[in-house]
Write a protein that binds this ligand. Structure first.
Ligand code: PMP
Length: 324
């Protein structure tokens, strides 16, 4: 079974359990959260979104929302660039999200998807002629990519959207057509996913994840000026590698050929979490097995997101869930 099919299966099972969404000012039943086919965001992709994970802690019946504040800070930063700022403060965004979780009463890991979008029915592709609205939905969420076996990926023939086209630094709805092209072609060639290069030909990121490689025992990841999303998981891993695992981290330009010299490689992201890569363009990464440093990072990451490390508990917002 392909990774994408496994993923669809894992998220599909409990999908109907989440009955409420936040939509244009209120928490409503999911079926009432609807936009018109004439909505600007639907016509032109004029939306910004976030993907946030919340982990279920069965012992305490709490959800641990991972780095929610940083996600909403990024949404607000991106909003300035695209004139897509919601009429809500950072605190309000966080409070609404916690309320939505309490209302849905989940007992499994969740994906939280806030979207700010141009909500008017205007036929004109500009950003200054429409009201900004916010919706948030949640759904059960398993592993987005295979986390144990190791992925076989390719370098995409599609280049990452350049900063002067659609800045990849922002999670802009329309920008994900770029992602979709790369992933679709990777799948059609039998790969699990794709790595983007920048227009200049240096390594950027995965289709919807950031990328790390291990070279000479150091973790290396493209710097923030390499047409990447400034990933929150990327930042988490840099912090944990440096402060907890004693691994040196370099943020720099990565040549394409360095991918084939890597001792280890992995993708990271809210959806992807820490997903090992064991082959790139049909060449084994290292010895073709999931690397030991990747395993150490993956284990620590899961402990941190599940609120197990006191030093990083400030990254986890705990929400008590009522027993149904
Ligand atoms: N790059 C892209 C293009 C993404 O869509 C994502 C997923 N949000 C990431 C990187 C990883 O970012 P984060 O760790 O903040 O989820």
């Amino acid at each position: 079974m392909k990774v994408s099919e496994r993923f669809a299966e894992s998220v599909g099972q409990q999908e109907n359990d989440m009955k409420y969404a936040y939509f244009e000012g209120r928490i409503v039943p999911l079926e009432e959260a609807k936009i018109s086919i004439r909505t600007h965001a639907f016509l032109y992709g004029t939306s910004l979104f976030e993907g946030i994970r919340a982990y279920w802690l069965p012992e305490t019946r709490q959800m641990s929302i991972f780095r929610m504040k940083e996600h909403y800070e990024r949404l607000l930063r991106n909003g300035k660039l695209f004139f897509l700022t919601p009429a809500l403060s950072l605190q309000e965004l966080c409070d609404i999200t916690c309320d939505l979780l309490r209302k849905n009463r989940p007992n499994c890991d969740l994906y939280i998807r806030p979207t700010v979008y141009k909500a008017d029915e205007v036929v004109k592709p500009s950003l200054d002629n429409s009201r900004n609205e916010l919706c948030i939905w949640v759904r059960p969420f398993g592993a987005y990519l295979d986390l144990s076996k190791g992925l076989s990926v390719c370098v995409s023939t599609w280049r990452r959207s350049a900063d002067n086209a659609i800045p990849s630094r922002a999670k802009a709805g329309g920008g994900y057509m770029n992602t979709a092209l790369a992933v679709t072609d990777a799948h059609s060639m039998g790969f699990d996913d794709a790595i983007f290069l920048t227009a200049e030909g240096s390594v950027a990121e995965g289709s919807a994840m950031n990328l790390f490689i291990l070279r000479d025992g150091k973790l290396v990841t493209p710097s923030k000026t390499e047409d990447i999303l400034e990933g929150i998981t990327r930042d988490t891993i840099i912090t944990l590698a440096r402060n907890e695992l004693g691994i040196e981290v370099e943020e720099r330009v990565i040549d394409r050929s360095e991918l084939y010299y890597a001792e280890e490689a992995f993708f990271c992201g809210t959806g992807a979490q820490v997903a090992p890569i064991t082959a790139i363009d049909n060449r084994p990464v290292g010895n073709g097995q999931v690397g030991p440093e990747t395993q150490r990072i993956q284990k620590l990451y899961f402990d941190v997101v599940k609120n197990k490390l006191p030093k990083y508990q400030h990254w986890c917002t705990l929400v008590d869930i009522d027993t149904p």
